[in-house]
Design a protein around this ligand. Structure first.
Ligand SMILES: [Zn+2]
Length: 263
């Protein structure tokens, strides 16, 4: 198993002690689509996911180590994004955190016993402000969009605005009609791009995304955790370098701190 660069108490201390001036973001990859992000003083987790079996990459934080959060966000109801074995522990470790979920996941969240006052369900194309951070829920398409009047869009991504920066985490998505228009309203500083194909972006599509939106930094995600997965990175990196040579790409190391700055 590939070890994480930092884990457990050492990583918690790194998150706590990192200062993040205006115009910057600190980002720690926790494997797959799971991230800890710090904007100013505000810590948020997206798609927290802990497992020890059948993985080739060590996941650096156990649920009870996912502390300090003001927001815990889940993008959709699949286990590597809304993880019933990780979420309760993370929520208990960060008792002040608001738990942001697609409204589609409301019943699953209720079944985990969360205090309803801690939950903030989103429907897609709506906005939520908390702890100095604004979340715009951008519908995502797991192959296709799924919409129901009762709960809105089943799959969400989050456009995260705060501390003078804009980050985009789409969860799992394929391109769909209306996606570009929703995102063009924002100047992206960092875009997390799931590059594993299938229900996610094939590497060529991730390159097109960069050509269209030109985020300051593109961060490939959703690869490298399971035994098939590491092979998705090289073709993306190669095509990006030849097709959009000015695009900065950062392939993160799980558990290491990455700082997005305007310099
Ligand atoms: Zn996934």
């Amino acid at each position: 198993m590939k070890p994480a660069a930092q884990k457990g108490a050492v990583l918690q201390q790194d998150i706590a002690s990192t200062t993040v001036p205006h115009g910057q973001a600190a980002v720690w990859w926790l494997g797959q689509s799971s991230f800890c992000i710090k904007l100013g003083q505000t810590v948020l987790y997206i798609d927290p996911y802990y497992r020890e079996t059948d993985v080739v990459q060590e996941i650096p934080l156990r649920p009870e180590e996912m502390t300090q959060a003001a927001l815990i966000c889940c993008t959709h109801d699949h286990a590597d994004h809304f993880h019933p074995d990780t979420l309760p522990g993370a929520a208990a470790a960060s008792p002040g955190a608001v738990i942001v979920i697609p409204q589609y996941c409301q019943e699953r969240a209720n079944a985990l016993g969360f205090d309803v006052k801690r939950l903030h369900p989103m429907r897609g194309d709506d906005t939520f402000e908390h702890a100095g951070v604004t979340l715009h829920a951008i519908p995502s398409a797991h192959q296709q969009l799924e919409y129901d009047d009762a709960f809105g869009y089943r799959y969400l991504g989050y456009l995260i605005q705060g501390n003078g920066v804009v980050l985009y985490h789409p969860g799992d998505t394929q391109p769909y009609a209306g996606w570009d228009e929703r995102l063009r309203r924002f100047a992206l500083d960092l875009a997390f791009l799931p590059i594993s194909g299938g229900d996610n972006l094939f590497y060529q599509q991730a390159v097109y995304f960069c050509a269209i939106h030109r985020p300051k930094v593109a961060v490939p995600i959703h690869y490298g955790l399971f035994s098939t997965g590491e092979e998705f990175l090289p073709p993306f990196a190669e095509l990006l370098a030849t097709s959009v040579p000015a695009q900065r790409m950062a392939a993160l190391t799980v558990g290491a701190r990455f700082v997005l700055s305007d310099k």
